[in-house]
Design a protein around this ligand. Structure first.
Ligand SMILES: Cc1ncc(C[n+]2csc(CCOP(=O)(O)OP(=O)(O)O)c2C)c(N)n1
Ligand SMILES: [Mg+2]
Length: 689
C-alpha cells in the first residue's frame, strides 16, 4: 500500500506521526487530533535531530528531558515513543524487553489499562517524563528538571568531561501560556538563568472556545524577554530548517533559557477543520481524515499505517545518536567511578531513590521538656541533622524560610542561585504553585526535593501536590502555621479545611507530629518513601516535648497512630485521639481523668494514611471496637474524623473560620482546652455505659 507514497523520508515520518494521531483519536472516538497534526514537524525535528535520548535505555540519567506540557496532544508523544521503539522499564528501571508503546497500545488509545491514556502519565509509560494535562504544570515542572540538572552538574561534574549536562525541552500551547503557574515558573527560570531549558510554544491562536482573541492578547515574546529569556520566532510549524537552526543555537549554549514561539495551524491539512476550534478536542470524522490524508499524499483508506523505512529512519537518527551518547557516557561513568567512587555510588543511590548509609545517624533525641519547642523548630533541627548526610536533599521555601524554618544552616549548605547551582537552599520566591511543580520536576530528576510554606497556602500549590501523588513521586511538602494556633494573623492565615483536602488526595502521606520526637520519626518515615509524596504539618507555637519514659515511644509514628498512654489500673473506658498540637490536650485531660479515677487511653495519630496501611490486628489493638467512648481533637475541619471517633464519638474541631486574636483567647473560644477534652470524655463514658 505504501509503495504509492512518494515523499522524502522526513516528510514520511512527520506524516506518520500525524496519521497515527488522527487514526487513534478516531478509533477511540475521543481525543485531540489537531495539535499533533500541526506539531508533528516540530516534534520530529526536536526528537530526530536534537534530543539526546536512548530509546533502549529511557532512564539513562543524562538523557535530555522532553515534556509535553500540552498533555491533551498526547498522541504526539505516543506516536514518537512508538516510532522510536522506546523500551518499557520495570520498577527497578531495568528494560523489560517490551516496547513502551506498541501499535496495539496506540489502537487502544484512551481505553481501560492502555499504555496510552488520555493524557501522558509518568508512572505508566516509559519515556513519559512527567504527567501532563493540567495546563501549565508541564512547563512549570520542566523548570524543576532544569534546576535539578544544574544542581547535579555542580555536584557531580569534576573534571573537564561532564557527567551531567542534559537539556530540558517542553512543548506548550496557548493554554500553558495563559495559566499563572507558567508565568511564575518562567519568572523563576529567567531569574536563575537556566540556560539548559528550552520551551517551544505552539502559538496556534486557538483554544477550546475559539480564537485566542477572545481572551488572550498580550505579546508573549515581550513578556518572556522581560523575564530574561532568549526569544525566537518560527513563522510556520512546517519550517523545520528554521526550527532546527534555533535548536542548534540553543544547544550550543546561552546564558539564559530559550523560548521558541512557533506559529502553527491546528488540524493542519484537514480540509474544513484546519485552524478551527473543532480540530482541538474531538475526532475529525472519516471525511476530514480522508481529506487530510489526501492532502498529505497518504493513502486515504490506510489506518495506523507505518510505511516502510519509518522505523529505520528513527533508529538511524534519534536511536543511533542516543545509543552512541549513552554508550560514551557509560564509558566515561566507568572511568569516573574509579576516580570518584563515592560520587558514583551516590548517583546510583539517587537514581534508585536509595538513602546513603548513616543518613539518619545525627538525628537528635529530644529530652522531655514541658515548655517544649515548636514543631517547625524541631523540624529545622532534624532536617539540618539529616541534610549533611543526604547531599541531594535540596529545597527551600516560597519566601517563608524564616517562618517555616526550612533553611539548611549547616556549614557549606549554601544557596542555589544563578551561576552557583551547587547550593542546597532554594529561593522559590513568592510562587507557591511553581514551587510545587518545580519540586516535582526536581523529584523526577531524582533530587530529594522539598518545598515549604504556610499550610493555608497549600491551596496555592494543590495541583502540584496532587500530581506528585498521581505520579507516585516522593516530593516533600513542609507546611507550618498549621492551625488557629497562628493567632493574631487571623482567619486568612488559619487553615481549617486544608488538612482534610490533603488527606483526600490518594497516595499522599500527611504527617502532623505532636512533639519534637514525633517530628524526628516523621522525617525518618518521609525519607524512606520512594513512591509517595508527604506533607509534614508543623506548628508555629511551642509543643511540650513528651517524657518518653512516661509515654510510649515516638517510633509509633511509623504506624500512623499509636498508644501514647494507657490507664495504669485496668482497661480504658474512653479513648482520646489527637494529632499535632492537640495531643497535649489529650495528655492533660488523661492526667485529670486519672485523678478522678477515670481510665483513659491517649492515641497520637499523626498520619491517617499510615494507620490505614497497618493490618487489622494493629488497628484493633490501638482502637478496639469494644471501646466506643471516644473523643477526637484536631484544630481543623471535622469531616472524616467519625471514622476514628465512631458514629457516636465526640469530635472537637473547627466548624467555622478562625478569628484574629491572641492564641490563648482563640483556643478557649473554639474549645481547645484540656477541660473541654475531659468534659467530652466524661460525656462519652456516660453515653456508652
Ligand atoms: C488547568 C487546566 N484548565 C483547563 C483545561 C481544559 N483544557 C484542555 S485543552 C484546553 C485548551 C488548550 O488550548 P491550547 O493550549 O491552545 O491547546 P490547543 O488547542 O492549541 O492544542 C483546555 C482549556 C486543562 N486541561 N487544564
Ligand atoms: Mg492553542
Amino acid at each position: 500500500m505504501d509503495t504509492a507514497i512518494t515523499m522524502n523520508i522526513d516528510q514520511l515520518c512527520i506524516n506518520t506521526i500525524r496519521t497515527l494521531s488522527m487514526d487513534a483519536v478516531q478509533q477511540a472516538n475521543s481525543g485531540h487530533p489537531g495539535t499533533p497534526m500541526a506539531l508533528a514537524p516540530v516534534a520530529y525535528t526536536l526528537w530526530q535531530k536534537h534530543l539526546r535520548f536512548d530509546p533502549a535505555d529511557p532512564t539513562w540519567p543524562n538523557r535530555d528531558r522532553f515534556v509535553l506540557s500540552a498533555g491533551h496532544a498526547s498522541m504526539l508523544l505516543y506516536s514518537l515513543l512508538h516510532l522510536t521503539h522506546v523500551q518499557q522499564v520495570d520498577n527497578q528501571y531495568n528494560s523489560s524487553g517490551h516496547p513502551a508503546v506498541s501499535l496495539d497500545d496506540i489502537k487502544a488509545f484512551r481505553q481501560l489499562d492502555s499504555k496510552c491514556p488520555g493524557h501522558p502519565e509518568y508512572h505508566l509509560t516509559s519515556g513519559v517524563e512527567t504527567t501532563t494535562g493540567p495546563l501549565g504544570q508541564g512547563v512549570a515542572t520542566s523548570v524543576g528538571m532544569a534546576i535539578a540538572e544544574r544542581w547535579m552538574a555542580a555536584y557531580f561534574n569534576t573534571g573537564d568531561e561532564e557527567l551531567i549536562n542534559y537539556n530540558v525541552y517542553a512543548i506548550c500551547g496557548d493554554g500553558d501560556m495563559m495559566e499563572g503557574v507558567s508565568g511564575e515558573a518562567a519568572s523563576l527560570a529567567g531569574h536563575l538563568k537556566l540556560s539548559n531549558l528550552c520551551w517551544i510554544y505552539d502559538s496556534n491562536r486557538i483554544t477550546i472556545e475559539g480564537h485566542t482573541d477572545l481572551a488572550f492578547s498580550e505579546d508573549v515574546g515581550a513578556r518572556f524577554q522581560a523575564y530574561g529569556w532568549h526569544v525566537e520566532h518560527v513563522g510556520d510549524a512546517n519550517d523545520c530548517a528554521t526550527l532546527d537552526q534555533y535548536l542548534t543555537e540553543f544547544a550550543a549554549g546561552r546564558d539564559r533559557p530559550t523560548i521558541i514561539i512557533v506559529r502553527s495551524l491546528i488540524g493542519y491539512g484537514a480540509p474544513k477543520k484546519q485552524d478551527t476550534k473543532e480540530a482541538h478536542g474531538e475526532p475529525l470524522g472519516e471525511e476530514e481524515i480522508k481529506g487530510a490524508k489526501r492532502f498529505y499524499g497518504w493513502p486515504e483508506d490506510a489506518k495506523f499505517l507505518v510505511p516502510d523505512g519509518v522505523y529505520d529512519h528513527f533508529a538511524q537518527g534519534l536511536g543511533a545518536r542516543g545509543a552512541g551518547l549513552n554508550a560514551a557516557w557509560r564509558e566515561y561513568f566507568a572511568k569516573y567511578s574509579k576516580i570518584h567512587p563515592n560520587r558514583a555510588k551516590e548517583l546510583h543511590q539517587m537514581e534508585h531513590r536509595e538513602l546513603p548509609e548513616g543518613w539518619d545517624r545525627d538525628i537528635p533525641i529530644f529530652p522531655a521538656d514541658p515548655k517544649g519547642i515548636a514543631s517547625r523548630d524541631s523540624s529545622a533541627k532534624v532536617q539540618n541533622a539529616i541534610a549533611p548526610n543526604l547531599p541531594w536533599l535540596v529545597g527551600g521555601a516560597a519566601d517563608l524560610a524564616p517562618s517555616t524554618k526550612t533553611r539548611l544552616t549547616f556549614k557549606d549548605a549554601g544557596d542555589l542561585e544563578a551561576g552557583h547551582y551547587g547550593g542546597r537552599n532554594m529561593h522559590f520566591g513568592i510562587r507557591e504553585h511553581a514551587m510545587g511543580a518545580a519540586c516535582n520536576g526536581m523529584a523526577l530528576s531524582k533530587v530529594r526535593s522539598y518545598g515549604s510554606g504556610f499550610l493555608i497556602f497549600s491551596d496555592y500549590m494543590k495541583p502540584a501536590i496532587r500530581l506528585a501523588a498521581l505520579m507516585e513521586l516522593p516530593t516533600v511538602f513542609i507546611f507550618t502555621h498549621d492551625s488557629i494556633g497562628v493567632g493574631e494573623d487571623g482567619p486568612t492565615h488559619q487553615p481549617v479545611e486544608q488538612l482534610l483536602a490533603l488527606r483526600s488526595i490518594p497516595g499522599l502521606i500527611t504527617l502532623r507530629p505532636a512533639d519534637a520526637n514525633e517530628v524526628a520519626e516523621s522525617w525518618r518515615v518521609m525519607m524512606h518513601l520512594k513512591h509517595e509524596p508527604a506533607c509534614l504539618i508543623l506548628s508555629r507555637q511551642p509543643l511540650p516535648t513528651l517524657d518518653r519514659d512516661v509515654y510510649h515511644s515516638a517510633s509509633g509514628v511509623a504506624h500512623g497512630a499509636y498508644i501514647l498512654a494507657d490507664p495504669k489500673d485496668g482497661p480504658p473506658e474512653v479513648i482520646l485521639i489527637g494529632t499535632g498540637s492537640e495531643v497535649q490536650l489529650c495528655v492533660a485531660a488523661h492526667e485529670t481523668l486519672a485523678k478522678e479515677g477515670i481510665r483513659s487511653r491517649v492515641v497520637s495519630m499523626p498520619s491517617w494514611e499510615l494507620f490505614e496501611k497497618q493490618d487489622a490486628a494493629y488497628r484493633e489493638k490501638v482502637l478496639p471496637d469494644a471501646i466506643n467512648a471516644r473523643v477526637a481533637v484536631e484544630q481543623a475541619a471535622t469531616i472524616g474524623w467519625d471514622r476514628y471517633a465512631g458514629r457516636h464519638g465526640a469530635v472537637i474541631g473547627m466548624h467555622t473560620f478562625g478569628a484574629s486574636a491572641p492564641m490563648k483567647a482563640l483556643l478557649t473560644k473554639f474549645g481547645f482546652t484540656p477541660d473541654a477534652v475531659a468534659a467530652a470524655a466524661r460525656a462519652q463514658i456516660k453515653r456508652a455505659s
